[in-house]
Every structure is written in structure tokens, then in C-alpha cells.
Design a protein around this ligand. Structure first.
Ligand code: NIG
Ligand code: FE
Length: 425
């Protein structure tokens, strides 16, 4: 017997039905249905339409029912950039930043990423797991149904594998979908620094000792690099990404965050799935991204947390035709938030994106960034029933209210995985 679920009573059902990644004007197209309903069979959407259209289907009659009572429903958020597994906050660095120290100054003194690396190396897998599980519950409570998770706080063979194996365990043991990314080239670790050829020797270790384990164990789908001043050069990044590809890992790039290095051009050249950050892109990079298939993922949580004034040029990217997406970049150093609604608020006020553009960027375009557009990112027949329901009367209120969580219910593959206490279903 098929397991059917009828979801009705959405005052606005944002289906995001349409073709391909959204660029330019199509970034505003939510394919909104008033008084919408969804029929779900075995975790997949079997019908989407108005309540009247869906309720009259034979299958709807025997289905279990959830009435959303006039709330707003949309595809679950796809958070395509997170550093999920880490050992603790870096609140002490937050205070230094407020006092005037820059992110790079703190990193040069052994803080920053290497601070988190020390803590992850010392932590047991179980401790990291408990912290990640608590975070995953919060992701779900804020409407996220799929997230990408990067390694990159291990930076030795055992610790990188510890994180990547955790991604796999977490994916199997809780309902959110986790897309694993290997970020061995996040930073040159302390034991390789300050010696001639240290970075080159570390890259050799990535190629010879890390990637074979990751490829054979199918521990990651993507390979990322932090291509920036103080991290890896364009040439080094290219080498790592090409090596990753030989093991079946598709490239993505941390690009043009602290300085303009040419990292976005590298991402385009390698046909990377995404290039993320892009605060420092120049005009010709914007034109090039506009013509490419590489998704430009904007992470306004970083600039907000670091107190920076220079956000990514979202409007210029949209006008150039780039595939713009949004993500939290959940991490202890630059963006300690797991709230996609907060990211939407920042996208609207700081990036000057409209609420509709921000929602498209956080769902279907983000699904493209993870190469998962066939199964998630919109509410269409045949896709997973991944739904976020908000306690609002109009979708624009999702970014409008900030700092308070209005997510009322989250559904993953047709299963309710989060519901607020007041909700009765
Ligand atoms: O995306 N820029 C590189 N990686 C992270 C920051 C990591 C950290 O500071 O711990 C980012 O901003
Ligand atoms: Fe990041």
C-alpha cells in the first residue's frame, strides 16, 4: 500500500516550478499557487495545485491529511555551503574582531581556521557528532531540508577522514540530507607552515594520502578549496581540484572573499559546481559568471558577522545573468548561523535582492549548486516532498521578520521532521 499524504491549506504555495537554474528576471518567478495543496506518495510529490484540484484526486481521499491553516509553504531550504562539523565556537575571536582585529590578522597569529583545527583534532568523533546532531535539529527547525557539509578542520589524514565519515553517519542517522564535500585545502596546517615547500608537500599529502581514501570510500561528492590570500594560490587550487576530479569529486571553490585572486575564473574554467563568497569579484568576473554554468553562491552571513561593509555585488551578478544562490556558510569563524531565514533577511537588506529572488536563490538555484536539481529545490511532481511551512500570511514576511524563527513545520521526503509546539496535526 502506498503511503499517501495530503497537505492542504497553504494560503500561498510557492512551487518554484520551471526549467533550469534561474537567472535574471526568472529569479523572481516563484510559481505561486493561492490556496495550494500537495499530494505526496512514498515521500515524493504526486500532485501540486490548488486545493480544489488536488482534493478531487482519487488518491487524496484515502490520504493522511495535514491542514496548514493558511500558512505559507515553500520548498525546504537547500543550504549549499556549511562547515557543519566543528568542535566549538570561536567567541574569543569575535571579541578581538569587535576590538578592531581583522579576520586575517587573527589567522596570522594562529587563530582562525587553525584554531578550529586544533580543537577538532583533539575532539572525539562522538563529541563532534553530538554537536553536529544538535545543529542539524536547528537547521531543520529553521526550514532547511538539505545541506552541504565540508571537512577542512582536520587537515591531517586521520582527522579529515574522521569528519568525512561523520558526514556519512549523520546522513544515515537523522532525516536531513547531507551532501559531503572534502575541503582538505582549507589552510596549510601548522606542521607544514614556515618551511620551504610546505604548501607543496601538504598538497602532495592531499593527493597521495587523503584523496585515495576518500575516493575509494565514497566519502565525498565534491572537492572544495579556499583559494585566497593567506590560503592557497590559484595554481595550487587548480592542482587540488583536478586531483579531486580524478577521484570523482566535482569542484567547488571558496573564491574572492578576502582578495581578488582569479579564483572565480578558475571555478569557471574547471566548470565547478559553484564559486562561493565572491565579495571581491571585478567587473569582468561578473560578466564571466553571467555567461557560465557555475553557480555564484553568496554568503552574506560572513560579512554581517565580521562587521564588513562590502557585501557581494548581487544586483550586478543578477543583471549579468549569473546563477545566484544563497547559503549560511555555517562555521565558527565567519558565520555562526544556521538560519536560512536570517540569510534571506540579509540578502534583502544588504544585497538588495527581493524576497522572491532570495527564496529562489535559497531553494532551486541552491539545488543546482549541489547538482541535486532533479530531486529537490522545487515542489513539482516526481521530486521529494521537502517542504518548509512558515507562520506568516505572505512569503515576503519570511525575510521581513528577522531574528525570530517563524518556521512552523518542516517536512523531509513526506515526513514531518520539525513542528512547533503549538502546532496540532
Ligand atoms: O567560508 N573562508 C574560508 N572558510 C570559512 C571560514 C572558516 C573559519 O574561519 O573557520 C568561510 O568563511
Ligand atoms: Fe565556507
Amino acid at each position: 500500500m502506498a503511503d499517501s499524504l495530503l497537505i492542504t491549506g497553504a494560503s500561498q504555495l510557492l512551487t518554484l516550478r520551471g526549467h533550469g537554474p534561474r537567472r535574471g528576471n526568472s529569479l523572481s518567478n516563484l510559481s505561486l499557487i493561492k490556496d495550494g495543496a500537495l499530494l505526496v506518495r512514498d515521500g515524493l510529490i504526486s500532485a501540486a495545485g490548488t486545493r480544489a484540484e488536488v482534493e478531487k484526486l482519487a488518491e487524496a481521499r484515502g490520504a493522511k491529511k495535514i491542514d496548514l491553516g493558511g500558512r505559507v509553504a515553500l520548498p525546504g531550504f537547500v543550504d549549499s555551503h556549511t562547515h557543519l562539523v566543528h568542535a566549538s565556537s570561536r567567541a574569543e575571536e569575535y571579541e578581538l574582531k569587535i576590538a578592531g582585529a581583522s579576520y586575517e590578522e587573527i589567522a596570522r597569529k594562529g587563530g582562525g581556521i587553525l584554531n578550529s583545527v586544533k580543537k577538532v583534532r583533539a575532539a572525539t568523533s562522538e563529541a563532534l557528532k553530538q554537536r553536529a546532531l544538535a545543529a542539524l535539529k536547528e537547521f531543520a527547525a529553521h526550514g532547511t531540508t538539505t545541506l552541504e557539509a565540508k571537512s577542512g578542520y582536520g587537515l591531517d589524514v586521520a582527522s579529515e577522514l574522521k569528519i568525512l565519515r561523520l558526514h556519512k553517519e549523520l546522513a544515515a542517522e537523522q532525516p536531513l540530507e547531507i551532501v559531503s564535500t572534502f575541503l582538505g585545502a582549507h589552510m596549510v596546517p601548522a606542521e607544514f607552515r614556515g618551511k620551504a615547500g610546505g604548501a607543496e608537500r601538504y598538497i602532495q599529502m592531499i593527493e597521495q594520502k587523503m584523496l585515495p581514501h576518500i575516493g575509494e570510500g565514497r566519502l565525498a561528492e565534491f572537492c572544495d578549496v579556499f583559494c585566497d590570500r593567506g590560503a592557497f594560490t590559484v595554481e595550487q587550487s587548480k592542482r587540488v581540484l583536478q586531483a579531486g576530479r580524478q577521484w570523482g569529486l566535482e569542484p567547488r571553490v571558496h573564491a574572492e572573499q578576502l582578495s581578488r585572486t582569479g579564483a572565480a575564473r578558475l571555478a569557471i574554467l574547471l566548470r565547478a559546481a559553484s564559486c562561493d563568497h565572491v565579495e571581491k569579484v571585478n567587473k569582468s568576473d561578473i560578466v564571466a559568471l553571467g555567461k557560465s554554468e557555475t553557480v555564484a553562491t553568496l554568503l552574506p552571513g560572513c560579512d554581517f558577522h565580521l562587521g564588513l561593509k562590502e557585501y557581494a555585488p548581487a544586483r550586478a551578478l543578477i543583471e549579468a545573468g549569473a546563477i545566484v544562490s544563497l547559503a549560511t556558510d555555517y562555521n565558527p569563524g565567519t558565520s555562526p548561523t544556521l538560519s536560512m531565514p536570517m540569510i534571506l533577511s540579509l540578502a534583502c537588506t544588504q544585497l538588495r535582492m527581493t524576497p522572491a529572488e532570495a527564496i529562489v536563490a535559497a531553494t532551486i538555484n541552491a539545488a543546482h549548486a549541489l547538482q541535486r536539481e532533479k530531486s529537490i529545490g522545487s515542489l513539482e511532481v516526481g521530486k521529494q516532498a521537502d517542504v518548509a511551512v512558515f507562520e506568516v500570511a505572505d512569503y515576503r514576511e519570511i525575510p521581513y521578520y528577522f531574528g525570530v524563527n517563524h518556521c512552523w513545520m518542516t517536512v523531509k521526503r513526506g515526513r514531518v521532521i520539525h513542528v512547533t509546539k503549538q502546532a496540532t496535526i
